[in-house]
Design a protein around this ligand. Structure first.
Ligand code: EPS
Length: 399
């Protein structure tokens, strides 16, 4: 059982989204502004559709927080959908008299979109209207993940852990990141409309997004997540489900439209000899957090044997293009079985910049769980004592 776990609930055009995070120790300072700042970051990004002009996401605490501190009880948060006002008749939980026609409720989706959950969800859950599937499969759900992730991020910050990301590829265009990433990665990336650190590449990406929009097409891309300040020894080599790389991969690949994750050198490591892949180790007395050693390189991306090394954790996350195309692909109308053009609902051209923020949230949630697993504690003070005691012992070795 995880030590810190979370759930979300809510449909894209329903009244609200809910995030529930359990296992957070008592005494963690937490205010709604901590959550809202992350929600606002997720709403940014060139290439989003009109929906982002309707929403202005804010979290309301329903439980688990009192006088600006966590209580150790489940933290529940509500994020209202402003678009609900326009969808009440379509999404009403109760049946309505006007639904009582042969066609049923309005705005049904039966021209299912290739690449979306529409068709397989409709078959599996035995529904007639793909809206019953797409409302939950919508990436709107990631708002609640970012809210839960903001709590995890707040906990990690108490221990000097910082989770950031930047966009490294969009729609066929690579960005060149600076050799040394900025100390405050998110402050730098959030300055850019695409969260990209290469202004020349960014200009080309924006032109490509405009082109895709004109063509009724969509674009995917890649974000790199970087975590600094982690102690050596989160996760464990002893069993498959305690290995941190596996836990991170599961969490990352659960993000809508994410198709791959690389850790450190990732796929490139498979093409090089071991001498050009593994990171030589050298003494570094006084660096307890990394075990009083340092790696000359960090091709492992901060993970060895399913455990953190204390070097920066580096993951690259690949997102496919959004499935809703304004110039749609061929499909089948599930009402008639006849060939048709897929439904073209309002959507984004690209959401890769937002995906980076969502990946940060998922990584923060996995790391907070690994922190609670390693250090335990019902209160933040107890977790801190356990953390400091562990690092004091590490400091004695190779010191
Ligand atoms: C989405 C479709 C669009 C996006 C949505 C994800 O929403 P709508 O159908 O209302 O235009 O804007 O993303 C969000 C609402 C969000 O908050 O990120 C989809 O089908 O996945």
């Amino acid at each position: 059982m995880p030590h810190i776990s979370f759930r979300t609930a809510g449909e894209s055009h329903g009244p609200a989204l809910v995030a529930l995070i359990e296992g957070v120790p008592a005494g963690l300072p937490l205010v709604a502004a901590d959550i809202d700042a992350q929600l606002a970051r997720r709403q940014q990004g060139y290439g989003r559709g009109r929906r982002m002009r309707i929403e202005s996401d804010r979290a309301e605490f329903l439980s688990g927080v009192r006088a600006g501190e966590t209580l150790g009880s489940p933290v529940a948060m509500l994020i209202r959908n402003r678009d609900w006002a326009n969808w009440e008749a379509i999404m009403d939980p109760a049946a309505r008299p006007e639904d009582d026609t042969p066609e049923g409720r309005k705005r049904q989706v039966t021209r299912v979109r290739p690449g979306h959950a529409d068709l397989t969800g409709l078959i599996k859950f035995d529904r007639d209207d793909a809206r019953d599937i797409l409302e939950r499969a919508s990436a709107r759900e990631t708002t609640a993940r970012v809210a839960a992730g903001a709590v995890a991020r707040r906990l990690l910050a108490e221990f000097g852990v910082r989770v950031g990301s930047h966009l490294s590829h969009l729609g066929g265009i690579d960005a060149t990141a600076p050799l040394t990433l900025p100390e405050d990665l998110n402050a730098a990336a959030d300055e850019s409309q695409l969260r990209c650190l290469d202004p020349v590449a960014e200009a080309a990406m924006i032109a490509r997004i405009d082109g895709a929009m004109q063509a009724g097409d969509t674009l995917g891309g890649i974000c790199e997540v970087v975590v600094t300040g982690l102690p050596v020894g989160l996760g464990a080599h002893v069993s498959w489900d305690r290995k941190l790389d596996g836990r991170l991969a599961q969490a990352i690949c659960s993000i809508p439209a994410v198709k791959g994750v690389e850790m450190g050198a990732g796929f490139a490591a498979a093409r090089s000899p071991g001498s050009a892949v593994h990171d030589a180790i050298e003494p570094a007395p006084g660096s307890a957090r990394t075990g009083n050693v340092r790696r000359r390189t960090n091709r492992a991306g901060g993970l060895e044997g399913g455990m953190t090394t204390g070097e920066p954790l580096v993951l690259r996350v690949a997102m496919k293009p959004i499935a809703t195309l304004m110039r749609p692909l061929g499909t089948v109308d599930t009402r008639t079985g006849a060939p048709a053009d897929a439904a073209a609902e309002r959507s984004d051209v690209t959401a890769v910049p937002a995906m980076g923020v969502i990946a940060e949230a998922m990584v923060a949630l996995v790391l907070a769980d690994a922190f609670a697993e390693k250090f335990g504690g019902d209160s933040l003070a107890e977790m801190r004592r356990n953390h400091d005691g562990y690092l004091a012992r590490v400091a004695e070795r190779l010191g």
